[in-house]
Write a protein that binds this ligand. Structure first.
Ligand code: NFE
Length: 469
């Protein structure tokens, strides 16, 4: 049996360490490890409740809007607030822009290098091998050109955030009760212009590139599978979410019951054992814990490890989403020659990201046209002496939850369970591996496994800055 440690396996977004054991050309065992402790939840205790939104946006430079949104939903709940329709639309537009940025970044800059020869992208961290390259020379050149074009599109997506939300990465706009800023007519026009440019890039470049990748690497619809899927849904408007919440366990769709979320630390460097609801968790850091191999905890839904992210949103959307989504997802699945069951796979995740990126950009064009620039964008609030709140949304990488307890007008407890906590979690108290570990185990590999493991793990778009708090 050979043993390989890939550290870091992530191109940016913190350091994820993955260890695989390969025997007879198959990954027999995989372990994911988050090597950095943050302590953000502890920093929050004793502070003013509104600090939760300002501080948690600093968790991550890639998805700060996700934490801004989850914290604001959490404080909306604790303070009993309902943002006006205009505030909801603006929140969705700002957050949607961050989704567009994240998915273009993931496809072109974090994943494509896994499939292109190293010489095509000089200076980019390559998997260390040029095996299994399946594009013609002209296609390789074109994809490398699109790698550069995508950098411009990312800048435009960041400009969208800046127009309504303030300069990235620290938006100043999404707050409890709505947003802080009512854009001008000119800013709406500037937003619309950039959004159309991004939509053209998605339709004319990203989706064709994605379908080409899916065609050449079609076998990756059978690699890196998980099975159980979970989403909290996202982009609420008047009580309905553009992507519905729900789970698929053992192939069965079910609506979300947040009371079924537990977080365990059996193999994590924290005191304690067993699994508790996040809002009751009191685990203390314990770097010398016997059997521990990660700072990431092990969230479970109904006791099961669940993959979160675009595959979960697409699979649940196909069951319970709007008709436009079901049609778009079915069309692109058909074009890629894949079934809905193949969404939870290496290539399925890439395809699901493409489907939702198109769906989101179309929804954003609609939301923009619905803005009323003379109507309020926020509601007033009062800090309660005691209270509790829950903020559930989906971040680009999957289900994100924030939970708060307020006592004497101060934060008594704050918990964050982020997408990569779900996906990169270690084994739980029953010894069941986390989703990425499951996706790796059983995979047939050519050499030492570095190529296949990189492609599989990076299809989840792991972010370690978010995974450990
Ligand atoms: Ni740091 Fe994030 C997203 C969140 S992933 S990128 O998407 O929350 O754990």
């Amino acid at each position: 049996m050979s043993r390989l440690t890939i550290d870091p396996i992530t191109r940016i977004e913190g350091h994820l360490r993955v260890e695989i054991k390969v025997e007879d050309g198959v990954i027999r065992e995989a372990r994911c490890s988050g090597a950095l402790y943050r302590g953000i939840e502890r920093i929050l205790v004793g502070r003013h409740p509104l600090d939760a939104q300002r501080i948690t946006t600093r968790i991550c430079g890639v998805c700060p809007l996700a934490h801004s949104t989850a914290a604001s939903l959490c404080l909306d709940d604790a303070l009993g607030l309902s943002p006006p329709r205009n505030g909801q639309l603006l929140r969705n537009l700002i957050y949607g822009a961050n989704y567009l940025h994240n998915h273009i970044l993931h496809f072109y800059h974090l994943s494509l290098p896994d499939y292109l020869p190293a010489h095509a992208l000089p200076g980019v961290l390559s998997p260390g091998t040029d095996e299994d390259r399946r594009f013609f020379r002209e296609e390789t050149q074109e994809l490398a050109n699109h790698y550069l074009a995508a950098l411009k599109m990312r800048r435009k997506a960041q400009e969208l955030v800046a127009l309504f939300g303030g300069k990235m990465p620290h938006d100043m706009s999404i707050v409890p009760g709505g947003v802080t800023y009512r854009p001008t007519q000119g800013e709406v026009a500037a937003f619309r212009f950039r959004l159309r440019e991004i939509a053209s890039f998605l339709e004319g470049t990203y989706i064709p590139d994605l379908l080409l990748l899916a065609e050449r690497y079609h076998d990756y619809f059978d690699r890196g599978k998980v099975g159980n899927l979970l989403t909290f849904g996202c982009f609420p408007l008047e009580g309905k979410r553009l992507f519905p919440a729900g789970a698929i366990l053992g192939g069965e769709y079910m609506p979300l019951d947040p009371g079924e979320i537990r977080e365990g630390v059996s193999y994590s460097w924290y005191s304690g054992d067993g699994a508790v609801p996040p809002w009751e968790e009191e685990a203390e850091p314990d770097p010398n814990k016997e059997g521990g191999y990660s700072w990431i905890k092990s969230p479970r839904y109904r006791g099961e490890p669940c993959e979160v992210g675009p595959a979960a949103r697409a699979a649940v959307g196909l069951q319970a989403g709007p008709r436009e989504f079901r049609e778009l997802a079915s069309d692109l699945l058909r074009e890629a020659g894949a079934s809905p069951q193949a969404l939870s796979s290496t290539m399925g995740r890439h395809l699901a990201r493409g489907i939702e990126t198109l769906f989101i950009v179309r929804a954003m064009e609609r939301w923009l046209s619905e803005l009323d620039l003379s109507a309020p964008v926020a509601t007033k609030y009062r800090i309660p002496i005691e209270g509790k709140g829950e903020g559930l949304t989906d971040a680009p990488r999957g289900a994100l939850g924030h939970w708060i307890r307020v006592k004497e007008k101060r934060i008594a407890r704050y918990q964050v369970v982020s997408p990569t906590t779900w996906n990169a979690s270690p084994r739980d108290e029953r010894g069941v591996p986390g989703p990425i570990e499951q996706a790796l185990q059983g995979t047939r590999v050519q050499g030492d496994g570095i190529l296949e493991a990189g492609r599989i793990v990076r299809s989840f778009d792991p972010c370690l800055a978010c995974a450990v708090q």
